[in-house]
Design a protein around this ligand. Structure first.
Ligand SMILES: [Zn+2]
Length: 306
């Protein structure tokens, strides 16, 4: 994500809830078809081109923003509201352009997939009526349904705390310095943010209940080295575990089914299982957002044979 792109997204976040009347506040006026640089974006830019729902900036692989339109005909189908007065949506169903011969359709879909695969947020405008757009903030595309609809869920930079990480990552790329040290710093800072998030939600080892804070480890379900930056900081990609259970999980000697039932590796002897407090009927609490990570762990980390 470059500075301009990230700046536009941050601007979307800061404008959340604002009603923009006319197109000048979205793409500039006629004499200067862009918005001037500001505190968020270091160069001239636009939020959306107002031509079609998807806005993919020329030459970029991603969608920058989406304009949801709710005519009476499709009311309640495109934006699933959490709270209309607060302009909070639960979900937006982003249907791709439906004209069969639309030449831009294919590139729009590819761009949306790019956002999906790279966890790149998009800005959301809600067109209430002609020339009246409400900024709904940011969303991330979380899935592509079989019917071609892209599902968007709310996103906030404030929650993701990804900025320090991005900055350090840029440093690594720019300086081309030996990355092992810097990578370690990034990992340590990321881990600290991640642990804070888990501690805010859990107080004890998910498996045995040990609750001494200094012993608890924020364990990634999908390991750090395989995760994207957003996945690294996603609290649903984590379990709070005591040292023994962290190590067992990290080593792939235990994993969990989608409903949280423990799966214990055949490599562990009955004696070790007993000493580590493991029984086959253990279950941890998982929610829907954990599942993609747990699936990944079960498929790629768990080992039942040498
Ligand atoms: Zn434990």
């Amino acid at each position: 994500m470059d500075l301009v792109h990230e700046g536009v997204l941050r601007k979307f976040e800061s404008l959340k809830g604002n009603l923009i009347v006319g197109k000048v506040g979205i793409k500039g006026n006629n004499s200067n078809e862009r918005l001037p640089p500001d505190q968020y974006v270091p160069e001239a830019h636009i939020l959306h081109n107002l031509v079609r729902g998807f806005y993919k900036p020329a030459g970029k692989p991603y969608i920058l923003s989406y304009q949801a339109t709710e005519s009476n005909k499709n009311y309640g189908k495109q934006i699933i509201w959490k709270d209309t007065h607060q302009n909070q949506f639960l979900r937006i169903e982003m249907a791709p352009p439906n004209k069969e011969k639309d030449p831009i359709k294919k590139s729009d879909i590819e761009a949306a997939r790019y956002n999906l695969n790279h966890n790149i947020p998009i800005g959301i405008l809600y067109k209430i009526k002609k020339g009246h757009n409400r900024v709904l903030g940011l969303g991330t595309i979380t899935s592509e349904r079989a019917d071609g609809v892209f599902v968007v869920e709310p996103f906030s930079f404030k929650d993701s705390a990804s900025r320090p990480l991005e900055e350090l990552k840029t440093l690594v790329e720019d300086e081309e310095i030996n990355t092992s040290f810097v990578a370690e710093v990034i990992q340590r800072r990321g881990q600290a943010v991640f642990k804070k998030k888990l501690i805010a939600n859990y107080t004890e080892c998910a498996i045995c209940g040990i609750d001494e804070p200094s012993l608890l480890i924020a364990s990634h379900i999908k390991p750090w080295k395989y995760s994207s930056n957003l996945e690294r900081l996603d609290r649903f990609n984590g379990l709070l575990l005591c040292p023994n259970h962290d190590r067992l999980f990290d080593q792939g000697l235990i994993t969990f089914s989608d409903n949280g039932m423990i799966i214990i590796s055949k490599l562990l002897t009955p004696k070790t299982k007993t000493l580590l407090g493991l029984t086959d009927n253990m279950q941890i609490y998982l929610v829907e957002d954990h599942k993609k990570y747990i699936d990944w762990h079960r498929e790629n980390c768990f080992r039942n044979t040498q």
